[in-house]
Design a protein around this ligand. Structure first.
Ligand SMILES: *Cc1c(COP(=O)(O)O)cnc(C)c1O
Length: 378
């Protein structure tokens, strides 16, 4: 897919909705007989709520998770029949806005439960909500003792507890014993409320034998092409491809420095290429190619030019990145030709690693200046 659009477009983000749909089917099949919900918080991990939700709805996905109520409202505009849970719960005074939006709060404290129950009593309708029980994250969720108290409380009759959930701390790391402790803690919590459908697994949890999917899995990152099983081959199809045009090429002599504060020095005569992408586009400045990074073997950012891996040199600027294209095929390292920033060997997880972060942050930072192209169904 060379070219990257017409001459006026500096960088193109291609989002493959066919691959998204295929990833959904794979995760759904892995989660079965449990159901599978899609996590579409943060604008569907940066890829666009509307096209992502339309695609997943067409594939048969009916339950979605977002973080904020405003995200639920946007989702409902695409899929009015969708069941939408709002992970971050209920702020004081927010309950009626949830009712209006037909969104289900994920209740994480007795105060939130009381607010929701009071709202339902006032309306005379026991509306659905999820209960989040704390099993190790210490972020959101009812303490197990509070859940036990709730199990015998009349509050429980005031609303419809439609889902009991918790969230895994380190599901992507099979060597971390926390997951087994969480599975045990969740099983204990379920004994208080055995008749409520349960949900524990995220993308990585779905991919593990030792993590039950219960009634509903919650797939996020893997839908968008991230590897749910780091260290093993990625079973997911890539969804995102980021390509930028080379705006200038120059040759520099040994000893010349590149970029702000001259933090990279050419060790020999080098050929450089400059791309119209920078940290203002969400590409992390931490991926800069500095002399220190080179000395310590710290991973640094790179792009593929004619298939060759070309490292970043100098600091990532607000709007520009400089690559060392000395080893790229000459015909591919020309003004106007295309460099791949995300795609092929530079998959999401690798791009995250090279920036000292994770693919999730790469996705959710993808900036608004890219020309977005949606390909495939929906
Ligand atoms: C974000 C999130 C998920 C999805 O996790 P992935 O690792 O992206 O699959 C599931 N559950 C909760 C509570 C989350 O916050």
């Amino acid at each position: 897919m060379a070219g990257g659009g017409s001459g006026t477009i500096p960088a193109t983000l291609t989002i493959d909705l066919g691959a998204l749909a295929a990833n959904w089917r794979l995760l759904r099949d892995r989660a079965a007989p449990a159901g599978c919900a899609a996590v579409v918080k943060a604008d569907a991990y940066g890829l666009g709520t509307a096209p992502v939700v339309r695609t997943l709805w067409a594939e048969g996905c009916r339950t979605f998770f977002v973080a904020h109520l405003s995200e639920a409202v946007r989702l409902k505009a695409e899929a009015p029949e969708a069941v939408v849970y709002v992970l971050n719960g209920l702020l004081p005074g927010a309950a009626s806005a949830f009712v209006e939006a037909d969104a289900r709060p994920v209740l994480g404290s007795l105060d939130e439960v009381q607010d929701w129950a009071a709202c339902c009593v006032a309306l005379g309708r026991p509306l659905a909500a999820a209960l989040h029980v704390e099993t190790g994250m210490n972020r959101l969720g009812l303490a197990p003792a509070d859940l036990a108290a709730l199990a015998t409380s009349p509050l429980l009759g005031a609303f419809e507890p439609a889902l009991l959930m918790s969230h895994l701390v380190a599901a992507e790391d099979p060597s971390d014993p926390t997951s087994a402790r969480q599975v045990a803690a969740f099983a204990a919590a379920r004994e208080h409320l055995p008749s409520i459908p349960a949900s524990l697994a995220n993308s990585s949890g779905i991919s593990r034998e030792d993590c039950p999917a219960y009634d509903l899995a919650r797939a996020g990152y893997a839908l968008y092409g991230g590897n749910p099983t780091p260290g093993e081959p990625n079973p997911m199809r890539p969804v995102v491809r980021l390509e930028a045009r080379i705006v200038q090429v120059r040759d520099i002599e040994a000893g010349a420095r590149v970029g702000y504060n001259g933090r990279w020095t050419a060790p020999s005569r080098r050929r450089l290429a400059t791309l119209s992408v920078g940290y203002a586009d969400g590409y992390p400045r931490a991926a800069s190619g500095t002399d220190e990074a080179g000395r310590s073997d710290t991973p640094r950012g790179a792009a593929l030019v004619g298939g060759a891996l070309c490292p970043f040199v100098g600091t990532v600027s607000m709007d520009l990145i400089v690559l060392d294209v000395t080893d790229a095929p000459i015909a591919a390292a020309r003004r106007g030709s295309t460099a791949v920033l995300i795609g092929d060997a530079l998959n999401l997880d690798e791009v995250g690693r090279r920036a000292g972060t994770i693919g999730y942050e790469i996705l959710t930072s993808l900036g608004p200046r890219y020309e977005r192209r949606y390909v495939g169904p929906a």
